[in-house]
Design a binder for this molecule. Sequence first.
Ligand SMILES: NC(=O)c1ccc[n+]([C@@H]2O[C@H](COP(=O)([O-])OP(=O)(O)OC[C@H]3O[C@@H](n4cnc5c(N)ncnc54)[C@H](OP(=O)(O)O)[C@@H]3O)[C@@H](O)[C@H]2O)c1
Length: 348
Amino acid sequence: MTKDLSLQPPKQRIMLTGASSGIGYQAAVRLHRAGHCLILPCRDYPTATATLNRLEEDTAQACSGDNTISAPIMDLSDLSSVKHCSDQLLSNGKPIDTLILNAGLQYTGDAKAKRSAQGYELTIAVNHLGHQALTQRLLPLLEAGTHPRVVVTASEVHNSQSPGGRFGKPAGLGVLAGLKTGAGFEMVDGIAPFNADKAYKDSKLCNVLFARELARRLSLRASDISVLAWAPGLVIPRSKGGFFRYSRVNNEWGQRLFALVVRDLLRLSESVDNAGYLLMRLATEQAFNSARFSYHSNSLNGPGHHLFEEANVSVEAQDNSLAMSLWEQSAALIGLPAELPPDSVSQC
Ligand SMILES: NC(=O)c1ccc[n+]([C@@H]2O[C@H](COP(=O)([O-])OP(=O)(O)OC[C@H]3O[C@@H](n4cnc5c(N)ncnc54)[C@H](OP(=O)(O)O)[C@@H]3O)[C@@H](O)[C@H]2O)c1
């Protein structure tokens, strides 16, 4: 029987940040197996090489040939590195069909703010500012893509009313007074004393506001780029490391105990495999391509069960004027004009 090729999802050119571990790596495995062309920026050469080698080994598929994978160097904590990587991609001029903004970090438990190369608080710099800079810079390539989309890995903790978001200090950006002070800010709201856990929740609220504002700005220029934000649930891998590896409260034994109770006994977490599978679906399935903003949540629906469905973002994340101010303040911090260029395709 001949295969009906019209039923095959088209091969895409996909850029995915945070592919060196966790959810992003599992998504990259599936995307590579499906034959997509991947750009997987990594923060340094050893990480890039190790990621490519591991992908070849795990998929038993070469990273060269038709479904090429490249791993350019891009450290999201350094805006000059984001510019350098973007400039390389722009000069090669190949369209990007899907941009997945997935990299992220948190260092809960640290009493002191860490700093990016430009002096911004590290969680906000990597999770939000670096990604806004990357998106703004690569827009010409995205607008030249086929059924383009941007997928943003946020978290339910962006929502102060969610189970995870209620635990500890909730997300809240105030009137962005911290961001307005420029380098040296500790918290976005400029009020709260530094709290690494809140900084993470704030960064995830920034992700959702950024995604909504990006979609709004794109709709004004009749762009057909879809913008999706999603929350993977609490994801605890079986292997060593994982997202909580930089948390001071979680030393190795603390992390093992946390995993034993939350993952194995209470069964409150999602597997890293399934979270990667969901990210792959968001990046490639036509059903998610609606040329508008949508938010999808993988919420806990009882021990061992998650429900993945379109959901509402938090009340604060629905604030249009906050989304607009955040975009503008962030553009000022990353040194780019807030306005999208009128016809970015012609700049390729
Ligand atoms: N795990 C959860 O429970 C959970 C829940 C909700 C949302 N999320 C979100 O899911 C996303 C992926 O997290 P994960 O669970 O897969 O964690 P992970 O395994 O720690 O992966 C994080 C990825 O981000 C990359 N990254 C961090 N800082 C970077 C930088 N300065 N430059 C470039 N890349 C950088 C890491 O690269 P290195 O390998 O070089 O460190 C890694 O590839 C994050 O946005 C996170 O906020 C996670």
